[in-house]
Ligand binder design. Structure first.
Ligand SMILES: Cc1ncc(COP(=O)(O)O)c(C=O)c1O
Length: 354
């Protein structure tokens, strides 16, 4: 018996037969953003990666913390990065393109991969919302030099918190492994550290939950699609709303959320519609807020005077309605009825009383 035996650590290591995880190296972490310090992992540089403006704050946080300056492109109508804007933003200093698949469909990866190859730059992929989704016939999470997935409770698989880093390169995997665990180096004497890391280890309890959840991944994805299609059927023709399409390019919508956008003819913004829906007891969430309008980044002098009209529009005119896996069909019907009533009232001659 030793004085300080560390607990046996059960890894959340999905088998390679779990398609979304079929990459040679995968590391569960208490926070998948470990890999957002992937600029560090990929040899940190101050050179800017490219990313869309309308993604999550957390996707830029580590880039900025690492001392790099992200360069933004606008979003497109699918709520993903507008890849047609990438080429003009690439300079000899560009190191990576960060692709964050958002809400319904993956980023259009074909041009991204072509550009990355042409310019010898890396692709970093955030597949948090697309566990079980495919792109170009490959699983999301298989495109990045480093890819991440989140197992936050609103994802298709949850471990409460945490996620996973996936990559093909064994050296990169080893580097991530060290960064995850305080940069202990198994080849060196214990407690001698060559670099700073974090404690981003996933606990055994979380790993057990994740392995159990994995058994139901296909069912979860199928149910999300059923809910999405049922909403589209029930909300067809609903005044004022742009509904998400069921397919795009060769992909089928995964409906991680059911996101809608207000038509230009709706005279108010999403906030007001969401208030009326709340009064009708329908919970909603707003879309992500653009990076170039984030107070924290503006205070840092980033993105000053920049404008990304699509990201600005969808942030103000988009929202999503309940689509959790626990929803029954009758509840989806009830939500759709209430959404339709609210939109009809809003767009009626009198509208809502002021
Ligand atoms: C695109 C994207 N990335 C990452 C995350 C979550 O990251 P984390 O689990 O580190 O909070 C989310 C969660 O909503 C997400 O939508």
């Amino acid at each position: 018996m030793t004085a300080a035996t560390p607990p046996v650590h059960m890894e959340f290591l999905p088998t390679t037969s779990s398609v979304p995880f079929s990459r040679p190296h995968k590391l569960a972490a208490s926070n998948p953003q470990t890999s957002w310090d992937r600029l560090k992992t990929l040899n940190r540089s101050r050179d800017p990666p490219r990313n869309a403006s309308s993604v999550l704050h957390r996707c830029h946080r580590q880039v900025v913390r690492g001392g790099s300056v992200p360069v933004l492109v606008d979003s497109d109508a699918t709520f993903n990065m507008d890849v047609s804007q990438l080429a003009s933003k690439i300079t000899p200093k560009t190191k990576a393109i960060i692709c964050v698949h958002t809400y319904h469909f993956p980023v259009d990866m074909e041009p991204v991969l072509a550009l990355a190859k042409e310019h010898g730059i890396k692709v970093i992929e955030d597949a948090a919302e697309m566990i079980g989704q495919t792109c170009l016939g490959r699983p999301c999470g298989s495109f990045g030099e480093i890819s991440t997935m989140s197992f936050y409770p609103n994802k298709h698989i949850t471990t409460g918190e945490g996620g996973m880093v996936l990559c093909d390169d064994p050296e990169l995997a080893e580097r991530c492994q060290q960064l995850r665990n305080l940069c202990f180096d198994p080849k060196k004497r214990r407690f001698v550290h060559e670099d700073l890391g974090w404690n981003y280890r996933m606990t055994n309890l979380q790993a057990a939950l994740g392995l159990g959840q994995l058994l139901h991944l296909d069912e979860a994805v199928q149910r999300k699609r059923e809910i999405g299609r049922l909403y589209s059927k029930l909300l067809k023709g609903c005044p004022g709303l742009i509904l998400p399409p069921d397919d795009l390019r060769s992909e089928t919508n995964i409906y991680w959320v059911y996101g809608v956008e207000l038509l230009p003819s709706v005279p108010c913004e999403a906030d007001e519609v969401m208030k009326h829906l709340a009064a009708a007891k329908v919970g909603t969430r707003p879309f992500f807020w653009p990076m170039h309008e984030q107070p924290v980044f503006l205070q840092m002098g980033l993105f000053k005077g920049q404008s990304f009209p699509v990201a600005e529009r969808i942030a103000r005119r988009g929202f999503y309605i309940p689509s959790g896996l626990a929803l029954k069909d009758e509840e989806v019907e009830e939500v759709a009825n209430r959404v339709r009533k609210v939109m009809e009232m809003l767009l009626s001659d009198g509208g809502y009383p002021k």
